[in-house]
Design a binder for this molecule. Structure first.
Ligand code: WTA
Length: 631
């Protein structure tokens, strides 16, 4: 933005240096163009990439909400992420710099990445994996997770990455629902000086799997693990075979062919598989990364998320590679062995753009400024935030202590379903701490009341999106009805985000949080239903209800209410046992903060637990409308 408009509240304007360096100086002009010609805007972005065959139509909305983008085009995201760079000087540019928690490291060029991905793809092919087959990937943050994802994409297989912090039940449910043929894992992963037993968890999860034929195991920790003959293979053994060479043709796909599914928690029941496709996702993720984090050839980008979540899929793996950028990835915990590990990494590798979650900022803030202050963070030029609302206090600390007051913070609001940033500034947009500013080019958001009326500026309501976008989810895998119901039926014609928000008089959006039964713990998305079903799988528990309550570091923490079975006593030791039980079944991230034993749960006459009421009571708030309460 060139002309400074007077904005309300506390505003941080970009410095002259930031504007000077930014590739896009006039936000308003591009926003206006995209608003007037949505398809023209996206087509011109798509033109910057390579296609085996160009599209006949940019957007097909004839079967909305089953939108199609770049109809008739042929492509493969791997062609743009790797193949096309090999023809240019980028062949020898670093694609990935990686450091393991114990301090080992690797640097991989685009040329090297191509060889690794081809080798992995040839191995998968030999295991019978082809177009449309599902492959589950369950690993830590090591380069091979990236190779495995790209190898699947190269063959047209659909990857389903399960976050390595999930445990047996969560993994098993996702493997079975996706009917994966192959599972790719590692012997273990390093986290806080300890080994995460990935292979052991896979063994448990596939014990009764009807679909899994092969488990490929990458050696990471070198510890002894069980290997089942005829099912389990070491990756390094397979890589010795003549078939595992460095050449492999990239499969020519339709732009709308599926790229991956990713399970995420929704309003009810078990997590649903969100489906993304090659063409639109490739255009949307790379365009947003290009404008928002403004990656340039001399940048080193660090998205500190996990590849197992959408943030990692879009902004560690795919978009940076499509842009030909250099990414950094770190295996372990931010505070291991000391709370300055992240800051040390920024200084050591000269990283310039850094993207993380508010929970991590708040967690590291607690250790004080002396930890970051002992490192030279002057290589940084832009910062980012994602996953939950960032409180102004954390924003300002991040801005001052990490960004040296010179780095704008890109607070990006988006979702697994949206595939890419939706509400976000670019470096030249004036910032207000805690607001993601305005919708990205080609998008508009509205705040509606329960009946679908627009609410006044400053008032809270349901946030919806007005226009389709290329990287949008196409459906819920195997469940198209659910896709329509969950996202498109509350307000016909609008995409329902599941978030509540406010818009201020400058048109800036302020996200408040989820309005459904999703809890955001440390930015991780969990469903109350998953936690409750883990609790009732314990023999002592008859009924359970889980809610999220505010937490200083995690944003929200899980609080559970349990009705015990007749004859079971409510001992504190039992509460601890239940907390451990949830952790063993879903993963550490789902550990309840507190368990309260109760005799009754508030329910509607139709038997639905009124979590809203539990929350209001726990917070000592007005209980609101209780007319549907059973008694
Ligand atoms: C929340 C993560 C406020 C929001 C990319 C959304 C945010 C959910 C922000 C999606 C942000 C994400 N400010 N809230 N910048 N980014 N959220 O699918 O509630 O894991 O609906 O995707 O995270 O979570 P998901």
């Amino acid at each position: 933005m060139t002309a400074k408009k007077q904005l309300q509240g506390e505003v941080f304007y970009p410095s002259a240096e930031v504007v000077e360096k930014a590739r896009l100086k006039d936000w308003e002009a591009t926003a206006q163009w995209a608003a007037e010609d949505l398809e023209g805007f996206w087509a011109s972005e798509a033109e910057e990439l390579e296609w085996y065959k160009k599209w006949d139509q940019v957007l097909d909305d004839s079967k909305a909400p089953f939108y199609k983008w770049f109809v008739g085009a042929q492509t493969n995201i791997v062609h743009n992420a790797i193949d096309r760079h090999l023809k240019t000087w980028r062949r020898n540019k670093l694609a990935l710099i990686w450091e393991g928690e114990p301090g080992d490291s690797r640097a991989i060029s685009y040329h090297g990445l191509n060889r690794e991905v081809n080798q992995f793809a040839n191995i998968l092919k030999a295991m019978g994996v082809g177009k449309g087959d599902r492959v589950t990937i369950y690993m830590g943050r090591i380069p091979e997770i990236m190779f495995a994802m790209l190898a699947c994409a190269k063959l047209g297989a659909i990857h389903s990455v399960v976050y390595g912090g999930f445990s047996v039940d969560a993994l098993q449910g996702r493997i079975d629902d996706s009917e994966s043929k192959v599972v790719i894992t590692a012997d273990g992963g390093w986290m806080r000086g300890k080994i995460v037993e990935l292979k052991q968890i896979v063994d448990e999860a596939v014990k009764h799997s009807p679909s899994v034929q092969t488990v490929i195991v990458v050696k990471r920790t070198g510890q002894e693990v069980y290997m089942e003959t005829g099912r389990d293979y070491w990756y390094h053994d397979l890589a010795q075979l003549p078939i595992a060479n460095g050449d492999c043709e990239t499969e020519k796909l339709d732009a709308e062919d599926p790229l991956f599914i990713l399970y995420t928690s929704g309003t009810t029941g078990t997590p649903k598989a969100i489906l993304h496709t090659h063409g639109g996702y490739m255009v949307g993720t790379s365009t947003t990364l290009k404008y928002v984090f403004d990656l340039q050839d001399d940048d080193r980008w660090w998205c500190a998320a996990d590849p197992g979540w959408i943030t990692g899929h879009s902004y560690i793996v795919y978009a940076p590679l499509v842009l030909g950028a250099t990414s950094f990835m770190y295996e372990g915990a931010p505070n291991y062995p000391y709370p300055d590990r992240w800051w040390k990494l920024i200084a050591k590798y000269g990283l310039s753009v850094f993207y993380t979650a508010p929970t991590a900022i708040r967690g590291l803030m607690r250790f004080g400024e002396s930890w970051p202050n002992r490192h030279d963070l002057s290589s940084l030029r832009l910062l980012g935030s994602v996953g939950e609302p960032i409180n102004p206090e954390a924003w300002k600390w991040y801005h001052r202590v990490i960004g040296g007051e010179r780095c704008p913070i890109m607070d990006t609001w988006w979702q697994t379903e949206t595939g890419n940033f939706m509400i976000t500034p670019t470096p030249v947009v004036p910032l207000k701490p805690g607001s993601g500013t305005r919708p990205f080019f080609g998008q508009e958001a509205e705040i509606l009341d329960d009946d679908g009326n627009l609410v006044a500026d400053g008032e809270e309501g349901y946030m919806v999106l007005k226009h389709p976008w290329p990287a949008m989810l196409r459906t819920i895998y195997k469940n198209p009805d659910r896709y329509v119901e969950q996202y498109w039926s509350k307000y016909p014609g609008y995409y329902t985000t599941g978030d509540s928000a406010k818009r201020d008089s400058d048109g800036y959006f302020w996200i408040i949080g989820r309005v459904d039964d999703v809890i955001k713990v440390s930015g991780y998305r969990l469903g109350t239903a998953e936690i409750e079903s883990a609790l009732v799988s314990h023999p002592a528990v008859a009924e359970a209800a889980a809610i999220g309550l505010p937490h200083d570091v995690k944003g929200q923490a899980i609080h559970a209410y349990c009705i015990l079975r007749a004859g079971v006593g409510a001992a504190p030791a039992l509460a601890d046992e239940l907390i451990q039980h949830v952790s063993d079944h879903i993963g550490k991230i789902a550990r309840p903060e507190e368990i309260t034993f109760v005799d009754k749960l508030p329910k509607t006459r139709s038997g639905k637990i009124m979590r809203r009421l539990l929350k209001a009571r726990a917070l000592g708030l007005d209980e609101g409308d209780t007319s549907t309460l059973e008694d």
